[in-house]
Design a protein around this ligand. Structure first.
Ligand SMILES: Nc1ncnc2c1ncn2[C@@H]1O[C@H](COP(=O)(O)OP(=O)(O)OP(=O)(O)O)[C@@H](O)[C@H]1O
Length: 381
């Protein structure tokens, strides 16, 4: 449910028909685009390229000058506006919460308006509040008593409360710091894997676009669609200089995120535990020795020469990243490049050490992949 289709959609501000007095500029130019059911379509592009305008035409906050937008084949212009918006969740930057209502009341507002009884609305809201990763104790607070990231989560919970098949999200994670932003993105992907909404997501950040999108639409100023493709295709094969410039540097490396690592032969890595003596560490005969915890989870590398008496947390080098056995080639390469020993740490789904791999062993896999499928061969995420 919820496929959105734009067919030759143009928006020129300042139309005689427009309640919004503008300068007569074209914000969206003859846009044809399909946002498939249950998938995330990201609209990305520089400031002023018409992303927000495109989004708001879907729930008719803005009326297109020409062209049609349909949901599951039905022209949105034929809906009663209230009925249309009931099926569309809307999340914006800074969350846009009602400041004088508690978190719980913010989330229950729409279901209550739709006639859900108070108790049902509340228990569903509490469930959603937990699902978006918030402590239920926050439900009684007011928005001003929450951090930016918490407010964004409430915004997402509120948009989901009426269980709409379609979600419009306008830079929902832009107003928070990079660490919180990454958490919100990861939890959003997890939530979407359970919910499978049809999502139109606006961002100006290409990294966010390729991370979140099942497909990415790059717009240029003037509201013209420059390229619509999977993230992997976009990075591997930008259609022109504008898109290439916009996707930016390091795209060869970043494209490896979409390449699942095949079965690799990993090297067994001898390890020590916290508390191992200097003699035990040195007996392994290696400059760098990997330290693991009680559940065999990698904790960090230890420079053998730096251990006086025994291995303590203080002597652990924590710079190295850990790749997952089912991770991407980018993760594997990064694990090896970031490891002080040059041996990249690989762990299974439970976080247990499986083995290590060197960059020199990852590169041939990348090369072999290139030979197999030029500029393609990508998996999603
Ligand atoms: N009400 C309006 N009247 C006239 N022009 C407008 C109006 N709203 C937006 N525009 C213009 O339409 C173009 C597209 O604006 P829009 O807000 O859709 O872009 P955007 O890609 O979302 O930008 P940003 O990333 O900066 O938010 C811009 O040139 C903008 O100045």
């Amino acid at each position: 449910m919820g496929m959105i289709r734009f067919e030759g959609v143009t928006k020129r501000y300042g139309d005689p028909s427009d309640s919004d007095p503008g300068q007569g500029s074209v914000a969206v130019d003859d846009l044809t685009l399909e946002a498939p059911t249950g998938r995330i379509t990201v609209l990305v592009g520089p400031s002023g390229c018409g992303k927000t305008t495109t989004l708001r035409m879907v729930n008719r906050m803005i009326t297109p000058t020409s062209g049609t937008i349909s949901i599951d084949g039905r022209d949105t212009a034929s809906f009663d506006v209230a009925e249309l918006r009931r099926g569309i969740g809307y999340v914006i930057q800074h969350a846009g919460l009602f400041p004088h209502r508690t978190v719980l009341d913010n989330v229950t507002t729409v279901p209550r308006l739709l006639g859900t009884d108070r108790r049902t609305a509340r228990s569903r809201a509490m469930e959603l509040i937990e699902r978006v990763g918030l402590d239920p104790a926050l439900a009684r607070r007011y928005p001003a008593q929450l951090s930016g990231g918490q407010q964004q989560r409430v915004g997402v919970a509120r948009a989901l409360a009426a269980d709409p098949p379609v979600m419009l999200m306008d830079e929902p994670f832009s107003a928070v710091d990079p660490v919180v932003r990454e958490q919100l993105q990861n939890e959003f992907l997890r939530l979407q894997s359970e919910l499978g909404k049809t999502i139109l997501f606006v961002t100006h950040d290409i990294d966010e676009a390729v991370k979140l999108g099942d497909q990415v639409a790059v717009l240029r100023v003037g509201g013209v669609l420059a390229q619509l493709d999977s993230p992997a295709k976009l990075l591997a094969d930008p259609v022109d200089d504008f898109v290439a410039g916009f996707v930016g540097r390091d795209r060869g490396y970043r494209a490896l995120s979409f390449a699942a690592a095949p079965e690799l032969s990993l090297t067994d890595e001898p390890t020590v535990r916290l508390g191992a003596t200097a003699a035990e560490v040195q007996a392994l005969g290696s400059v760098w020795v990997l330290c693991v915890g009680d559940a065999d989870e990698p904790l960090g590398w230890v420079r053998a020469a730096a251990v006086d008496r025994e291995v303590t947390r203080e002597v652990l080098h924590r710079g190295g990243t850990v790749a997952a056995t089912n991770g991407s080639l980018r993760e594997l390469l990064d694990a090896s490049l970031s490891s002080p020993s040059g041996r990249g740490v690989v762990a299974d789904a439970d976080g247990r050490l499986v083995g290590t791999i060197r960059a020199a062993d990852v590169v041939p896999v990348i090369e072999a992949r290139r030979d197999r499928a030029p500029a393609e061969g990508a998996t999603s995420r």
